[in-house]
Each structure stands twice: as structure tokens, then as C-alpha cells.
Design a protein around this ligand. Sequence first.
Ligand SMILES: *Cc1c(COP(=O)(O)O)cnc(C)c1O
Length: 407
Amino acid sequence: MTAAPVSSTAALTARFDAHLMPNYGTPPIALVRGEGRRVWDADGTRYLDLVAGIAVSALGHAHPALVKAVSDQVATIAHTSNLYVHEREVELAERLTALLGSDGGDTRVFFANSGTEANEAALKLVRRAAGTGRPRVVSTVDGFHGRTSGALALTGKPAIRDPFGPFGLDVVFVPYGDADALRAAVDTTCAAVFVEPTQGEAGIVEAPEGYLRAVRSICDATGAAFVLDEIQSGIGRTGRWFAHQQAGVLPDVLTLAKGLGGGLPIGACIGFGRFATAFAKGDHGSTFGGNPVSCAAALAVLATIEADALLDAVTANGDLLARGIAAAGHPLVAGVRGTGLWRGIRLTAPEAPRVQAAAAAHGFLVNAVAPDVIRIAPPLTITPGEIGEFTAALPAILRDATDEETT
Ligand SMILES: *Cc1c(COP(=O)(O)O)cnc(C)c1O
């Protein structure tokens, strides 16, 4: 079953450092294979995966439905380009439209290959719809929308944004979750508001109750487009298909990626109402976007979430996870926030990297998303028993993380 690794972690990371750009630093672990919620590194160590490739591997690793869908599709036709239509992409657009509760009459989908590309499409779409009289876009402080120039211009994290400006886009940043600040910033010169339902990369930072409804009404009052970035929150992560369904609002434009392909690269920009048809022929495109293999993977993800009733499981297991974390009762834990299987463990000190390392030493992959926040975003298929393994080990992980600090 296990193919012999060709390189040890040390040997592989040395080659990585010699040949790949230093933008990721040196990854501490070399992963070789996965099965379900388990992954194995190049030295044969097994981990319980509570990161899922940053909220991507929704069905875990090597899920039979994903393997079959991708294998069958790649053996049938792997790529067509958008010069030709193929059934998987149409089926996926129909399926997403149905999940969004629309009758399809005023909903249209554009497929990209990643989250940032989905937001680039959204940015072009809202500017096309707005014409020239609305040069401004409003986004949120600490929000994350991607790394390409347009999406980066909308990203409110100075450390990753500032070295690359100016962007040639008039973006105003307002504090996240503050409806009054948003109301003050949005006027009729504003083409769009970009916002996440919960800020993922900021550390699973939730908005106050009613915030998305306020965004909706501010956009309605000014004619600005409401673009909701559900790249991290969408496709079941919160226990709903989409986080906005909990809030009871529909945006004008919705962007998706991460969990959609279950590990295959795909993004989607979905327009509602007048935004469904704001692109004219020739306005946008992608050679790989909506490729048959990624669409087949996404269809398998959606079918499995439905067939295995994973939305209910996400809610129940997410609650179990949050209770288990709270029960750790360690002074380093300030609390846990988030919804479903998308949780942030807030720490009382900026020790998240130490906690991440201590967790790995105990056989758990977790993510230090911020200096004082650990992100837990496991596959949606995680079991109560697996959650119990982690929450049982958490006190020892926290003890080791704080012990190391004093040595
Ligand atoms: C990850 C993420 C993106 C960027 O997606 P990529 O696929 O990395 O380009 C954009 N917005 C949000 C909210 C994300 O979490």
C-alpha cells in the first residue's frame, strides 16, 4: 500500500530550498500520501489532518468518489478549453445554481482555477456592470481576497499588500463587522463592496449578528454591488452549503474555490440578477477554467456531501470540536470561535507557531493562521472519534508548547 518514499523530509526540503522560490519559507513537513483524514510524511510519521490543505480537502484524502470521478474523467477527456462546451461544466453550474436556491433564471456561473481568479472575475464583473461612474471599491481591514494584483488590491493586510502597490484601483478599507463605518464609506461612486462572511485568514473572525444584512441594505441603498467572498466558508464548511444562507441574505456576486474541488483546482464567480449577464462576449476568459477534471471532482464533492448528509455532520462534529477545545482548560486558551468545522482557537499569547509544532509532534496537523490563533479546518468527513483523539491530546499539546517556551 505504502510506496517507499524516495526522499526523507530533510533531503526533500533541502532540494526544495535549492530550487523553489523562498516565498513559502521552508515547509516543515513533507507529505507523501493520505487516506481519509490521515496523512503520512516522508519519514513515515502518520498525522490526523485538521488543516485539509487550508479548508480544501472537503472529502479528506483519496476518497473513493473523488478518485473515481477524476480517474474516469481524465481517461475520457481531460481538457477542452472554452472553445468547446462539455457536460461536466454545465452540470456543475446547474448544480451550484440549484444549491443557491435560485430557479436559474437570474443566476450565471463563471469558472476559474483558484480563489484569487474567482475574485478577479468578480472585480471585472462589477466594474463592467458599474460603467465608468463608480471608480471606488470598498473592502475590509484584515480581509483576504487573494494574491493576484486585483484581489491583492482588495486585501486589507498591509504586510502582504503594501510591497506590491500601487494597484491602480481606488480601494477604501473599513473595519470588519462595523456596519456604520461601511455605511459612511459606501456612496454612489462605489462599484462594489467585497466582504467575507467570516474573515478566514484573519483568524476565523466572525462578524456581529446582522452584519451581512446591513451590507445588503447599504448596497441596495447606493447601487453598489455586494460581492461575498465565500472561497473559504462555502461548500459546507459552516454546516450550510454557503455561510450566507445562515444570515438569510443573497449577495449580488458570490465567489467560491477552496472546498469546491475537494483538492482539484477550481474557482467560481457566480452573478445574480443584473450581474448574471454583465459580461459581454469576449469580456473575460480562462484557458483552464471549468476544465472537465476539476468539474468532475466538484460534482463528486457536492454529491458526496449530499449523499452522506455531511452538512448535519459538520454542525454536530463542529459543536463537539468546540466543546472539546473549551474543555482543555489551559491558560493559553482564551476561547474558540467560528462555526461548523471552521474554528479558531484563540490564544492568550502569540504562541500559535509553537502550538502548531507541538501538535505535529503529537501527530496532529493544525494551522497557526495568526500569531495568536490556531485554525482547525478538517475534512468535512471527520468522525467524532477522530475529533476526540485531538481534544484528548490538546492539554498535552498545550503543555508541551508552553514548556518549550520556558526552556
Ligand atoms: C484562500 C482565499 C482566497 C484566495 O484563494 P486562492 O485559491 O489561494 O487564490 C480568497 N479569499 C478567501 C476568503 C480565501 O480564504
